[in-house]
Design a protein around this ligand. Structure first.
Ligand code: BGC
Length: 770
């Protein structure tokens, strides 16, 4: 495999691909995806290639293609493509020769640059494409092509550019062919509408060419283009700019506007920026990005410069994909960078990404937890349809009220050739306690009492009620159990008493009991409201009876917490060969899921994740035993796995191992493996990168509602600086191998935290010898 990805110490904010390989288009389309949380777009080349995935998404605009498919984020008509004819022949890198090819993304401001010299027959041209999605103006995208004629003669150039609705989500067409035309004589406008959710899109394009050209409009089904024709003299340089915007009828800042008004708003925006050149528009966006970078910057002094780049990569993408503008939306498992998982949100949000937002952007975190509050109706619907009470959160979520949207059928089984049933939407139930856990963490980190009283407590009680109704009584054993589930390890379907599920359900229920007691004791004004909904006395009784009798799998003689009732009796398989391979799921080239179900093979952290999230429940010796037992049996086929292992092994003093996991984890998308990211970037693993640095090596954690800071640097790191928000205070941490310094502005409230069991108070500065 060619080493195409290039990282260079001299360019500490840049990820780069050197050399063009048509078979690996998906990699840079995803890892260099652009976005501002309102919209996101894959960085496909301007000219088209077979195998490309030319996707643009607007957050929250879900649509059902038909009743046999689940709702998904529709791929919006394309606005980036340029069809370029050079002396009448179609420009493509698959013809002629290409030198100095570089495609790079500047993580600091989201500027995508692609440049090369193209020689074809007797023509030589220098191309430079620039592109960004504005962080300052959420509807706006802009691109610029600079062409330099290096040939000793004139060349005829034709550029066809506009809006192309001849796109789909792998064949599913989500839009009607809306009205299209030229507004004010120069703005191309197209108005597709989603077929079922009836969301009106308004897409507008304005072209600016630095030299005069003949212009000819061209319409096709679902498309509107302009053709520009001009002569490029020898050594002449021209620029061709494209400014594009997307508005939709669900934009929360423009909700009550009529379609006509929306169309005018879109045109007016492009008209208003007529006087600004590309660099000025970029500068606005760069400034907005800078505010993000200025909030709690992380500096790592490491022998390996890629460590620093990795956190920039993670933060860049987290902000490119998080819908910070609207609490009705969440983060898809692939963000806005690909069709994978259809734009749906999973537990990836609460367990892997939310900690980053809780600790660094509590305002955005608030939107993400509010989304779950808005999802209560959908969660009730799901519980009722399964014969339960309370709030049962969907495994996959789209619009808050949709409830469960996990597809039912997946890829073909390699043994039977039949489509595999996806059971997660039915029985992967730990999502409900994951949501509750996320809510509690948000409240603990931010101290947001208003959210807690208005929304958070209700979710925590509603989810506890679900678990109470979900438990099954085992009369032989005289305990309550949870049968027929999938735990985090999705390779084990239909298991009983998955430890992660049982323990987290138990936590949810016991926390609800404490909450009811607390509300009653403090005569909280919300007691009445919640009592009306839940009948708190009765709920508390039920929770007390059931939570004391729930089966919590205990360690075996060898000190192993069984992953579920049957796991430890299953066959063993040496996984070395699969662990060495690059691609995930290579195991499934040899075995089908049914066979893997019968072996002690774990897809991702399961018992070990439980031990990380609820560290106080298990002692170090037990954690070590379980780590040594489960890790060799774990394929890490899910991108969610490595960060958990990195943090836990750092906690357990296995720092070399931890750093090894860290390196693998940062390479999930950034690595050399060119097929890793085809379906989109791995959103949870980006949250995992921040967690490994700040929660793992930086040692920041919320344990039993208390802040704990216990850093441990890997040996290649000399220094780590990071910051975080806690209860409205901004804290800066400097970590050296033997010293931790915490700094906080003097004027705020003092903060207490734990370090190695001792309580410290931070008013201004605290220094601790490690
Ligand atoms: C993982 C899940 C995860 C989902 C979306 C699956 O492969 O096993 O835990 O939620 O991907 O990222």
């Amino acid at each position: 495999m060619p080493a195409l990805m290039n990282y260079n110490k001299e360019k500490p904010w840049v990820i780069e691909q050197k050399g063009f390989e048509q078979q690996y288009l998906g990699k840079t389309e995803s890892v260099m995806a652009l976005g501002n949380g309102y919209l996101g777009t894959r960085s496909s080349e301007e000219e088209s290639y077979i195998g490309e995935k030319r996707d643009t998404f607007v957050a929250g605009t879900f649509n059902n293609f038909d009743e046999n498919e689940v709702t998904e984020l529709p791929n919006v008509p394309d606005m980036w493509a340029l069809e370029i004819l050079i002396n009448g022949e179609l420009f493509s890198l698959s013809q002629g020769s290409v030198t100095n090819y570089s495609k790079q993304l500047n993580l600091k401001n989201g500027l995508l640059t692609r440049s090369f010299i193209w020689t074809f027959k007797d023509i030589q041209l220098q191309f430079k494409f620039l592109r960004f999605v504005s962080m300052a103006r959420k509807h706006l995208m802009a691109s610029q092509l600079t062409l330099n004629n290096l040939t000793q003669k004139t060349i005829n150039i034709q550029i066809k550019s506009g809006i192309n609705g001849q796109v789909s989500n792998e064949g599913s067409q989500h839009f009607t062919d809306g009205e299209k035309g030229l507004m004010n004589g120069k703005f191309i406008q197209m108005m597709p509408r989603t077929t079922h959710s009836n969301i009106q899109f308004i897409q507008t394009v304005h072209h600016l060419l630095s030299k005069s050209a003949t212009e000819r409009p061209e319409t096709e089904r679902r498309a509107f283009f302009m053709n520009y024709n001009f002569i490029l003299n020898s050594e002449e340089i021209i620029s061709f700019e494209k400014r594009a915007s997307i508005y939709t009828s669900i934009d929360n800042d423009l909700k009550d506007k009529s379609l006509t008004a929306l169309r005018q708003t879109a045109v007016a925006e492009l008209q208003n920026i007529d006087k600004k050149d590309f660099d000025e528009l970029l500068a606005e966006s760069t400034n907005t990005w800078q505010k993000i970078w200025d909030k709690h910057p992380i500096t790592i002094q490491s022998k390996n410069f890629k460590d620093q780049l990795a956190i920039r990569f993670a933060k860049y993408h987290l902000h490119a994909m998080v819908p910070a503008h609207d609490e009705h939306m969440n983060i898809g498992a692939k963000g806005l960078s690909g069709e994978g998982y259809k734009g749906h949100a999973f537990w990836d949000t609460e367990i892997f990404m939310l900690p980053y937002f809780n600790f660094t952007h509590p305002d955005i975190a608030k939107n993400l937890v509010t989304y779950r509050y808005l999802g209560l109706d959908g969660a009730h619907k799901k519980a009722i349809s399964n014969g339960y009470r309370g709030a049962q959160y969907p495994w996959e979520a789209a619009k808050p009220a949709d409830g469960e949207v996990t597809p039912i059928w997946g890829a073909a089984d390699i043994v039977t050739g039949q489509a595999t049933k996806i059971w997660s939407g039915f029985i992967e139930q730990h999502i409900t306690s994951d949501v509750a856990f996320g809510i509690k963490q948000y409240i603990d980190v931010t101290g947001d009492d208003d959210f807690e009283e208005e929304k958070g407590d209700e979710i925590l009680l509603d989810t506890a009620q679900f678990w109470a109704s979900r438990l099954e009584y085992n009369s032989k054993q005289n305990y309550y159990e949870i049968d027929n589930v999938i735990g985090p390890d999705e390779y084990k379907e239909h298991v009983n008493n998955n430890s992660y599920t049982n323990y987290t359900a138990h936590w949810n229920m016991t926390y609800a009991i404490q909450l009811i007691e607390h509300l009653k004791k403090n005569k909280s004004p919300i007691y009445k409201k919640l009592n009306k909904k839940f009948n708190l006395v009765k709920l508390k009784e039920e929770l007390e009876e059931k939570s004391t009798k729930i089966f919590l799998p205990q360690p075996t003689k060898a000190g192993i917490i069984p992953q579920d009732d049957s796991y430890l009796n299953k066959k063993l398989l040496d996984l070395t060969k699969y662990k060495e391979k690059d691609g995930v799921d290579s195991l499934f080239h040899d075995y089908n899921l049914e066979q893997v179900n019968q072996m002690q093979i774990t897809k991702q952290a399961d018992v070990l994740l439980l031990m990380l999230l609820f560290e106080g429940l298990f002692d170090k010796e037990l954690k070590l035993k379980n780590f040594d037992y489960y890790e060799p049996k774990t394929t890490h086929d899910s991108s969610l796995s490595l960060s958990t292992h990195a943090i836990l092994s750092a906690d357990l003093g296995k720092l070399d191992k931890s750093y090894d996991f860290f390196n693998k984890a940062i390479n999930i998308d950034m690595g050399e493996y060119m097929k890793s990211s085809d379906a989109g970037i791995h959103a949870a693993s980006l949250g995992g990168i921040w967690q490994m640095i700040v929660m793992g090596f930086g040692g920041v954690r919320m344990i039993d509602s208390k802040l704990r800071i216990e850093p441990h640097l890997p040996k290649d790191w000399q220094h780590l600086d990071y910051g975080f928000d806690y209860h409205g205070e901004s804290i800066h941490a400097e970590v050296e191998p033997d010293k931790l310094t915490l700094i906080k502005a003097d004027d705020g409230q003092s903060i207490t935290f734990l370090h190695n069991g001792k309580e410290y108070t931070l008013q201004n500065t605290v220094t601790i010898t490690l």
